[in-house]
Unconditional design. Structure first.
Length: 342
């Protein structure tokens, strides 16, 4: 009776109630599962070798291949039959211990959520031991520690390579982390903040405000001239005027951008979405929107610092002048150099 209640096949209430879809589904699953096991047992009984029946027979199943290859209708060997019986017994035992019959939880009360939580706790404890030597050290110090960089590289490949590439050189729309062009700043603090809190940057669509396609071409001509490109179309004077009226608020009067709001430098040869004329024209006319997800809550402070240290080690960050101080700091943490990467 207790098993029937667990399966949803018994109810103490006798009043008519609206059918519970969850309970009904549990009942259907349980019946289908048990019926299949019962049908398998019946099939095994039918295939057994009866007393006095010989193993060898000339009776065939009627199947013929390659004109003369026939399938004999011999009974299953007893050892083979008993293997099937053992699988049925195992299956019934499994359904008693583990969930498999609708809402029945099983005597072990196992769930994949519980197992995941338990394994996550164990994994986090092991990772905490790995990250412990790095927690109190600065990002700059970690950037010259070989052990920290090995861990940081693994973290980068698992969390960042999908967008920035395994070599950190980025792709259209995803920044190159190996050069010295930084939208929000390349200091250790700025890099760690970008990883932990994420970034959002928006370039509004300016086609209408610039007066249509002709205004876009004027601004395009001026913007490209800032990085040494000369275009035949457009009027550079009108483009400069429009730039100083509209674009200067974000990109600055000299076009070198503003890291406080993530406005890019337009005077170098580095273009986040590509430097082709059609791409830059589309950016001016239709705008762009980009977002770097925040990873701080998911990764924690220690991993964010290790990731920032690895990015700095790639050579493009604004921390080169601090490497001598960091190198001396590594010497005072010899244990950290021998820590294995996770």
């Amino acid at each position: 009776m207790r098993l029937l209640r667990r399966l949803g096949l018994h109810s103490r209430k006798t009043s008519v109630q609206a059918p519970d879809m969850g309970k009904m589904l549990s009942i259907v699953i349980s019946i289908v599962t048990l019926a299949n096991i019962f049908a398998l047992v019946v099939l095994l009984i039918g295939l057994r070798r009866r007393p006095g029946e010989k193993m060898g027979t000339t009776q065939t199943t009627g199947h013929v291949w390659d004109e003369d290859l026939r399938e004999l209708n011999n009974p299953l060997p007893r050892w083979w039959l008993w293997l099937f019986v053992l699988t049925v017994i195992f299956g019934l035992g499994y359904l008693v211990v583990f969930p498999g019959l609708g809402n029945y939880e099983g005597t072990a009360h196992w769930t994949h959520e519980t197992q995941y939580r338990e394994q996550s706790v164990v994994a986090e404890r092991r990772l905490a031991q790995t990250f412990a030597p790095f927690e109190r050290r600065t990002v700059v110090a970690l950037s010259v520690d070989p052990a920290a960089l090995r861990v940081g590289r693994n973290l980068f490949l698992n969390n960042c390579a999908g967008c920035h590439g395994s070599d950190a050189r980025g792709a259209p729309g995803f920044p190159n982390l190996t050069d010295n062009d930084w939208l929000f700043g390349g200091t250790p603090e700025a890099i760690a903040q970008s990883i932990a809190e994420g970034r959002i940057s928006t370039m509004p669509a300016w086609k209408e405000a610039l007066g249509g396609d002709s205004g876009v071409e004027d601004v395009l001509k001026y913007v490209m001239s800032l990085s040494g490109h000369e275009l035949p179309a457009g009027n550079i004077d009108r483009g400069r005027e429009k730039f100083q009226t509209i674009c200067v608020a974000c990109h600055g009067a000299d076009g070198r951008g503003n890291q406080a709001i993530g406005a890019p430098n337009l005077t170098d040869q580095i273009w986040l979405n590509g430097g082709a004329l059609e791409t830059v024209r589309e950016t001016i006319a239709a705008g762009r929107h980009a977002q770097m997800p925040a990873h701080g809550a998911r990764l924690g402070e220690a991993r964010v610092k290790l990731l920032a240290a690895y990015v700095i080690s790639l050579g493009g960050a604004e921390a080169a002048h601090q490497t001598s101080v960091a190198a001396s700091d590594v010497g005072s943490h010899p244990a950290a150099q021998s820590r294995p990467s996770p």
